[in-house]
Ligand binder design. Structure first.
Ligand SMILES: [Zn+2]
Ligand SMILES: [Zn+2]
Length: 264
């Protein structure tokens, strides 16, 4: 497989205990020649992962696997930072202190709790959605991330709760957001996490098409795996979705600069 998995978590994320070496071994088994770890960076003091990120520890672990897999696997250093606009200034300041190859910016929370929890607590879906997209727009305006993670996360994690709820206006809002990304030079990732548990691959083909038609080129693929056995999962389906949206390339990053590879 010539695809690159650009969304991976290991023990440097508070919600994973996986070793980097195990993920790298699996990548080699699958025939991938490039991956990017994107450990969590939590910015909310109420989040259980807050303060867990340790750049020196992360860098040491990366150095070890880069040595072990030299010549077999390109291993990039990335980060998935959680975006909540109320912590905007502090987030930008903290991130400025480190160096990465690739940055994913993701909105997971609305009204101070995880999107799925907000739906479970009975917040009306339209309010959850309105807040979710408002947060994403503020994130795009910062220009901080290279790509937005898992747009639209609400549908991804709430698909079973939302059931037959009509997305209508929010599909149009997602497409508008994609055009804003293209205008601001922010990319999109196609996220395949938990597809085997029924979660949809996001974003939808219309969102990706809107991004491409607005001139957007920077699309990455990510399994969002938190274990070695989930790494690389369903990337072929993500590639198929990109093709359906009219893309024939995907992006990889080094030192925050993209280069493009043909989609197989
Ligand atoms: Zn995420
Ligand atoms: Zn993730």
């Amino acid at each position: 497989m010539t695809l690159a998995d650009y969304h991976l978590h290991t023990a440097d994320s508070a919600d994973s205990t996986e070793s980097m070496a195990a993920v790298c071994r699996r990548a080699v088994e699958l025939g991938l020649n490039e991956i990017c770890f994107t450990e969590h960076f939590d910015t909310d003091p109420y989040d259980r992962g807050y303060g867990y990120y340790d750049d020196a520890r992360y860098q040491r672990r990366l150095d070890d696997v880069r040595q072990e897999f030299a010549g077999r696997l390109v291993i990039r250093k990335g980060l998935e930072f959680d975006w909540q606009s109320r912590y905007a200034a502090r987030t930008a300041e903290l991130l400025a202190g480190y160096r990465f190859d690739f940055l994913i910016g993701s909105v997971h929370c609305v009204f101070g709790s995880m999107a799925r929890e907000a739906l479970q607590r009975g917040f009306p879906p339209e309010e959850v959605y309105r807040e979710y997209f408002a947060e994403l727009r503020t994130l795009v305006a910062t220009g901080l991330p290279d790509v937005l993670g898992h747009v639209d996360y609400v549908r991804k994690v709430g698909w079973d709760l939302l059931g037959s709820w009509r997305y209508g206006d929010f599909d149009r809002e997602a497409a508008a957001l994609a055009r804003l990304c293209a205008a601001r030079g922010v990319g999109l990732e196609v996220n395949t996490r938990h597809r085997d548990r029924g979660q949809p691959i996001v974003p939808g083909v219309d969102v990706l098409r809107a991004y491409r038609e607005a001139g957007g080129r920077t699309v990455t693929l990510g399994s969002d795996a938190h274990t070695a056995d989930a790494m690389g999962a369903h990337l072929d389906a993500a590639a198929a979705r990109l093709r359906e949206a009219g893309f024939d390339e995907f992006a990889v990053f080094c030192d925050r600069r993209p280069t493009w590879r043909p989609l197989p």
